[in-house]
Design a protein around this ligand. Structure first.
Ligand SMILES: Nc1ncnc2c1ncn2[C@@H]1O[C@H](COP(=O)(O)OP(=O)(O)OP(=O)(O)O)[C@@H](O)[C@H]1O
Ligand SMILES: [Mg+2]
Length: 285
């Protein structure tokens, strides 16, 4: 596998107390790796280390073949960063911001008009950023991260503050980047987004990885999926629940299936948030 990011035994502290410890993971091309955890867990700190903003860490952090603390400016040609707090020039228009930031790279740039159109902001191209809503700034910041067509993307809470329609657009764009083979690190508090987007997630609590696996494996390995069904008995609706793993021995269910008498049936798996609480003893939402 082509690994774009390899982190080994990463440790870092802001003060004398260790803050982030024993962090190891790998992310390949065409993969989305999610960092999930409560506020203050260390997610943004880990992202800052990966993009070379913090250099005094221990362990090894190889991004695009470079130990991140030893990076030179060329490192940033292949990295796109959409961090929590948009870094845009308020007095410039959306277009001027993109032209300015684009000019910092030697890569061929993507068509900013197309990107703005995709996030539904083409009409705002000539408007000053100072008049933009939080969601507009956040969408423009995302476009800025894609502009120089980097192979590695760092997205910190990309859908926070967006309405459902714009969040959907953003998620579809992230999935399209993955299809193109980009390597993506995504931080989110949103477990549904993580379940949908991430190939692998790490639960981060107090600067440590408490679990790391695909969302599907995390969900399936822990909680038991259930099947709930309803049927009529003497004119009254009855509901029954059985474990998915035990449907084979549920005689009532079998008889209802044979005689087409089921009124409804559905299965329910635990959510990633249920698993997060089970593994870490903390809630994310
Ligand atoms: N420069 C700094 N000096 C000392 N401590 C810092 C510094 N920057 C961040 N911290 C500490 O790191 C913690 C925040 O870590 P981080 O931003 O990585 O969390 P996070 O998981 O991204 O949280 P959130 O979900 O709120 O974004 C805070 O508790 C803060 O006290
Ligand atoms: Mg953060």
């Amino acid at each position: 596998m082509d690994k774009m990011i390899t982190v080994n035994n990463l440790a870092f502290s802001y003060t004398k107390r260790p803050f982030v410890e024993d962090i190891s993971f790998e992310v390949g091309k065409g993969e989305i790796f999610g960092l999930l955890g409560p506020s203050g867990a260390g997610k943004s700190t880990i992202q800052k280390i990966l993009v070379g903003l913090i250099r005094n860490y221990d362990g090894s952090v190889i991004v695009d073949g470079v130990e991140s603390k030893k990076h030179t400016n060329a490192f940033y040609q292949n990295i796109g960063v959409d961090f929590e707090f948009p870094s845009l020039y308020e007095k410039l228009t959306a277009k001027q911001n993109l032209e300015f930031f684009g000019s910092l790279y030697s890569n061929p740039l993507r068509d900013w008009k197309e990107l703005l159109e995709e996030v539904g902001m083409l009409e705002a191209a000539d408007k000053k950023v100072s008049g933009f809503s939080k969601g507009m700034k956040s969408r423009l910041n995302f476009v800025k991260a894609l502009l120089h067509n980097p192979q590695i993307l760092f997205l910190d809470e990309p859908t926070s503050g967006l309405d459902p329609t714009n969040a959907r657009i953003m998620k579809n764009m992230i999935l399209k980047e993955r299809e193109k083979g980009k390597c993506i690190i995504l931080t989110t508090h949103n477990m549904e987004d993580a379940t949908e987007l991430c190939d692998e997630v790490a639960f981060i609590v107090d600067g440590h990885i408490k679990a790391k696996d695909t969302p599907h494996n995390l969900i399936m390995s822990r909680g038991a999926a259930r099947v709930t069904y309803s049927y009529l008995e003497n004119g009254k609706e009855q509901n029954r629940t059985t474990l998915l793993s035990e449907t084979g021995s549920d005689e009532i269910l079998h008889s209802l299936l044979r005689t087409n008498q089921l009124r409804s049936i559905h299965s329910s798996e635990p959510t990633l948030n249920d698993i997060f609480m089970e593994v870490t003893g903390r809630s994310l939402v």
